[in-house]
Design a protein around this ligand. Sequence first.
Ligand SMILES: C[S@@+](CC[C@H](N)C(=O)[O-])C[C@H]1O[C@@H](n2cnc3c(N)ncnc32)[C@H](O)[C@@H]1O
Length: 426
Amino acid sequence: MEDFKLILDGLYRISYKNEKSTDIINEIAKKVEDISYITKNIYGVLENKLYLEYILAKLSKIKVKKLDKKVKLILLIGIYNIHFLDRKNYAIVNELVNLTKKVSFKSKSFVNAILRSYIRDEKNLSKINIENDEEFNSIKYSMPLWIIKYLNDSYGKDYTQKFLDSLNKERKLSIRINKTKITREKLKNLLEDKGYIVEDSLISTLSLVIKNPKSLASTEEFKKGFFTIQSEASIKVCEILNPKKNSNILDICAAPGTKTSLLAELCDNSSKIIANDISFNKLSKINENIKRLGLKNIEITNFDASILKEEYKEKFDYILCDLPCSGLGVMDRKPEIRYNRTMEDVISLSKLQKNILDKAFLYLKTGGILVFSTCTIGSIENKDNFNYLSKKKRLKNIKINGKDYLEFNSFEDETDGFFFTKFEKI
Ligand SMILES: C[S@@+](CC[C@H](N)C(=O)[O-])C[C@H]1O[C@@H](n2cnc3c(N)ncnc32)[C@H](O)[C@@H]1O
């Protein structure tokens, strides 16, 4: 029952207190020896939430929305375990009824009745009886309908289907080599000696792919700053900016500093980098990264990038605009994102992005380079903003692999959904 209590508390904080699944899992990992069952449950319930609610709606006379929040979560955990995991069904019901007694004593018979009814008629109740394709997919893949419609509009039905099919597949983990401290071959050998299965990345020359990444962040090599855990697409963004040594660089939205630190590594610490973020609380993360990796010449600032800073005009050789976005490209790693976002968010974020890009444009020297990136998919925050930048007379698009912009997706590239485009000020 202790596991179920932790799972319930975790899901409650993610669903109703706006906390992040990764933070919750990291916190629980410090308290228990084996986190695997808890992780499977937290991610499993989040990844299948709409489907589980659909089944629950068939079983409950009370509307799902009207149920007590914790009781509802207990039922979703129960249905998830019965349907998706290979555990003894009645033992699960007993444990969850005992947990219900602690959070809402009066609901214990209700929980017992619902879960037992589900066990009796699981096959029939698990069927999705919906004819409309988009609505069917929304339940099957637990993807809000607006996201399915938006992806269909942005890329077509074939893309959307492949994207949905690729959700919840296990992803490999990639790392970035700190070339100021170690060579690729040396790091590869050190990690292989520890039993890690290491492959070269197909996306970035600065990256290695680790097939069995358990406890990677506890290794001596990580603590010594030989590598950073980072998705291949995110590494590629800095490679594309490709800053020269002894230059002036502005990383306008920098926290937690994953890309700032790579930019410093790429310049062998010779360039002056301003790493800025609006969120004061996140600045210490940038500092942590800089210290662990032993980097120099980085100034951390804390201003709102949508407000013009006169003193920055025409000052920078390189500007990285890795801007706040809806994060739909990392929905498979952070499943709660899909339920927290709305179409209104996408529209307002795209306006903020344009606003920050306008300022960054002014801060570039003639001949300076700007890279705009997001970890999202969908045309409004990506292609539309490429078009917006293309309309500026003094910006010239620099092709990447012969293309106006690159857009990675999880199903073809097995990395985060990522977008980036590069411009020179002329
Ligand atoms: C995509 S994240 C940046 C990730 C970072 N580049 C990295 O690789 O570690 C976007 C960041 O923009 C910051 N942000 C949001 N609105 C901002 C604004 N108006 N001005 C400056 N920073 C902002 C957020 O706090 C967040 O840390």
